[in-house]
Design a protein around this ligand. Structure first.
Ligand SMILES: Cc1cc2nc3c(=O)[nH]c(=O)nc-3n(C[C@H](O)[C@H](O)[C@H](O)COP(=O)(O)OP(=O)(O)OC[C@H]3O[C@@H](n4cnc5c(N)ncnc54)[C@H](O)[C@@H]3O)c2cc1C
Length: 390
């Protein structure tokens, strides 16, 4: 097997598969992707039927990046022939005094010329009688929101990366990284590989991979969970009749139409306990489950039904919940990507950005990603204050 590559991607979850795909469009057989488990494993962050994709974000930079995210998914759809996202429309809703002010979302979308609709409780219930809301609830509807089909999109990224000549190997943990001049040596139990540029996309294992370079970020890994419910009338929640939704308060809940399973999915955002990626278990947390059920019984009662299954999943949270994307200052031949537990929708565009930086040294999307630098002040603090609500 070839040992020396121009580019290596460490980690083939959502972001790493995106990077391998975009690198392979430029460099074909000069790309190696290395994954510690089997491709499609469920121990990381990216493997389920659905993730929310939306333009509705709290800063203009995220809104602009989200526009580019749709473009990147379209390119993948065109090249793979696989549908990887589905438009359903999206509803952000909350009480007027909620912890996550809808105005920041309105202002960011207005600044980026993104159309949205203000909808009050009565209008929400008129359009989607699945909701039962009090008068003081208001909402924002954005029609481009929908479902990023995570498991399918990962497979599509991997399929086309391979078709372009890239080598993707699984069940191969990277056990050390050494930088020497312009070279990077990547050690595995199957031998050492070398490259000119390494992309680290290690999700909840990021600090272990970065630790080989002497870097530790103030990350918190939490074990989260999502539940599919056998709603009595699952077709009431079909994607053409029911939007993706986010309850913009603390606690924050979110959910999906019936997609991939026999009923809708709902979850609490950032409601899980701190764990480590290697010692976490897969048992759902009953208290978290109760919170989701109470929320649904109050606001979306028809979505409740027997549990089809609850799936646990890891969040990798930065203190400000912003991504980490870009070069490592002391090792510029190494790039890092971390999605801060809302990054799936951006998996393909961040893959494109990483490939551009790796190949060209720069990206046309610098304006959108500069604020995600690995050496931004909050990531240099030992115990920074955290703010996970976005
Ligand atoms: C329950 C849940 C709901 C979410 N909802 C949304 C949503 O609605 N919208 C949204 O945009 N985002 C959402 N997210 C966040 C999003 O899914 C993540 O930001 C994104 O999937 C992170 O992808 P990743 O590639 O960074 O991590 P991962 O998918 O975990 O990939 C990292 C990969 O690196 C591999 N790896 C690590 N170390 C090594 C090593 N040393 N050697 C080899 N391989 C290694 C791992 O095995 C893993 O496969 C959600 C996340 C969860 C858990």
């Amino acid at each position: 097997m070839k040992r020396d590559y121009e580019y290596i991607v460490l980690g083939l979850g959502g972001l790493g598969s995106g990077a391998a795909y975009w690198l392979s469009r430029d460099a074909g057989a000069e790309v190696l992707g290395i994954e510690q488990f089997e491709l499609g494993h469920v121990r990381g962050e990216s493997q389920d039927h659905s993730r929310i994709i939306r333009l509705s974000y709290h800063t203009p930079e995220y809104v602009e990046l989200a526009k580019l995210a749709y473009d990147a998914w379209s390119t993948l759809q065109r090249e793979s022939g696989d549908q990887v996202w589905l438009k359903t429309g999206g509803l952000d809703f909350a009480r007027r005094d909620s912890r996550i002010p809808l105005d920041t979302y309105r202002n960011a979308m207005r600044a980026c010329n993104v159309a949205y609709e203000d909808v009050d409780a009565r209008e929400i219930m008129r359009r989607w009688p699945q909701f039962t809301l009090d008068d003081d609830i208001q909402g924002l509807y954005q029609e481009q929101s929908g479902i990023a089909m995570a498991a399918r999109a990962n497979a599509a990224h991997q399929k086309i990366a391979r078709a372009n000549g890239a080598t993707l190997i699984d069940r191969t943990p990277v056990t050390n990284i050494l930088t020497r001049g312009n070279e990077v040596a990547v050690e595995t139990p199957g031998g050492t590989f070398s490259c000119r540029k390494l992309v680290i996309a290690a999700g909840p294992w990021s600090n272990r991979a970065l630790g080989y370079l002497g870097i530790e970020l103030p990350l918190e890994v939490t074990r989260e969970q999502v539940t599919y419910f056998a709603a009595p009338r699952p077709d009431d929640f079909a994607p053409d009749r029911f939007p993706v939704w986010i309850w913009m308060d603390d606690p924050c809940f979110y959910g999906f139409p019936t997609f991939g399973e026999a009923g809708p999915k709902a979850a609490q955002d950032a409601g899980g306990k701190p764990v480590t990626a290697d010692t976490r278990d897969f048992e759902p947390e009953p208290e978290n489950q109760r919170g989701v059920e109470e929320f649904l019984s109050r606001y979306i009662p028809g979505a409740l039904g027997p549990i089809i299954y609850t799936k646990t999943c890891l969040y990798t949270l930065t203190p400000d919940r912003d991504f980490v994307v870009g070069r490592v200052p002391d090792a510029p031949q190494v790039l890092v990507a971390l999605g801060a537990a809302h990054g799936y929708k951006f998996a393909s565009v961040l893959g494109r950005v990483l490939a551009e930086i790796a190949v060209d040294g720069t990206t046309p999307s610098a304006g959108e990603i500069d604020r995600f630098a690995i050496d931004r002040p909050i990531l240099l603090e030992e115990s920074p204050a955290t703010s996970f609500m976005v």
